[in-house]
Design a protein around this ligand. Structure first.
Ligand SMILES: [Zn+2]
Length: 101
């Protein structure tokens, strides 16, 4: 009886693992589809929210430089006041453009 329960649990676990894998793969495919879509990069309108969303979809935490728009890993970014930058110079340039914060 114990053995039967063991096998049942094993099958249930395997089923669950397969289901989870399928879900995560579907998510990854959806992310790739959205990420691969030729993004109409609106000049001037830099949305931090969309950049953060794109980073989440990529799986890795990617952020977009508020100054030049390049994507980079969050660990390499200079973060200042909720904004991310690829470079200290870009952070300073962006900060200089802001009225005062
Ligand atoms: Zn930059």
């Amino acid at each position: 009886m114990g053995k039967l329960l063991f096998w049942l649990a094993l099958v249930a676990l395997a089923f669950l693992a397969m289901k989870l894998a399928a879900i995560s793969q579907r998510k990854r495919e959806a992310a790739q589809r959205e990420g691969a879509a030729p993004g109409a990069q609106p000049t001037g309108a830099r949305s931090g929210a969309s950049a953060r969303r794109a980073g989440e979809l990529a799986g890795e935490m990617m952020v977009q430089c508020e100054h030049c728009g390049v994507f980079l890993p969050a660990s390499d970014a200079f973060v200042d006041g909720g904004h991310s930058f690829c470079d200290r110079a870009h952070r300073d340039a962006h900060r200089a453009r802001q009225p005062r914060r």
